[in-house]
Design a protein around this ligand. Structure first.
Ligand code: ADP
Ligand code: ADP
Length: 228
């Protein structure tokens, strides 16, 4: 479903962020990218999302080479969730949720109905929270809106970059549990960045363990990685 083939990223200043990285994520699988800060996880996600271009190597989505694809065209196929939700501060929760459908040209009524449905899906009450602004939510609620927004156009792929990184451990565990339940139902194909090895073990079907310089040390199931 997602495949990276010998991908390298050197930034213009000469930093080697990702080196000769190969990785595949099967349909419906959740692969975590785990490793210390600065080891190239976010760079990898940005290349898949087409925010930046690899220096060399190729990236495939369903056997289609998307290495240099138009990022706007990929929006329907990949949802992106970042730390703190990445919400627009001056838009309401409901408006934030349907950013992508609005971009895709859905009419307002259809977008709103979808927004309501999405908020319910992630366990938020649309009547109570839909008209609030992001700063009026708890950290956990903001993360849920971020997940709802990424799911808006029902993309088969989710890219999640430390989506639960900005909340305290209790809320994080709660979000993980809910997310696992949701994923049982949705079976999205997911790349999930975390620096928290426990989170990687808990959520990932497989985990890619990065070392500095953007190399993969291990790529296997959590039990094999822990047993190795
Ligand atoms: P992680 O997500 O694992 O913390 P990143 O992918 O953000 O790691 O960063 C990998 C390396 O690339 C780090 O050394 C970081 O400083 C560097 N880096 C990230 N973005 C840029 C950039 N725009 N220009 C130069 N170096 C960068
Ligand atoms: P969660 O488990 O979703 O993170 P919290 O326990 O952190 O929830 O928050 C409890 C309640 O406090 C939530 O219902 C939220 O609506 C409310 N809340 C948090 N911050 C604010 C705020 N800045 N303005 C209004 N309500 C808030």
């Amino acid at each position: 479903m997602i495949r990276l083939d010998r991908v390298t990223k050197r930034y213009p200043d000469g930093t080697d962020a990702v080196a000769d990285l190969s990785l595949d994520v099967a349909t419906g699988e959740l692969v975590t990218l785990v490793g210390p800060s600065g080891c190239g996880k976010t760079t990898t996600m940005k290349m898949v999302n087409r925010l930046i271009e690899p220096t060399s190597g190729r990236i495939f989505l369903d056997d289609e080479d998307i290495t240099r694809a138009d990022p706007v065209k990929l929006r329907r196929r990949m949802g992106y969730v970042i730390q703190s939700g990445g919400l627009f501060p001056h838009r309401t929760v409901l408006e934030n949720t349907v950013t992508v459908p609005s971009l895709l040209g859905w009419d307002r009524r259809k977008a709103k109905a979808r927004g309501v449905e999405l908020l319910e899906l992630v366990g938020l009450d649309p009547a109570k929270l839909g008209d609030r602004y992001p700063h009026q939510l708890s950290g956990g609620q903001r993360q849920r809106v971020g997940v709802a927004r990424a799911l808006a156009a029902d993309p088969p792929v989710l890219l999640m970059d430390e989506p639960f990184g900005a909340v305290d451990p209790v809320v994080r565990e709660h979000l993980q549990t809910e997310f696992l339940r949701l994923q049982q139902e949705l079976r999205k194909t997911i790349l999930f960045v975390t620096h928290d090895i426990e989170e990687a073990v808990r959520l990932g079907d497989r985990m890619a363990v990065f070392s500095m310089g953007g190399r993969i040390e291990q790529f296997d199931t959590p039990s094999s990685v822990l047993g190795a």
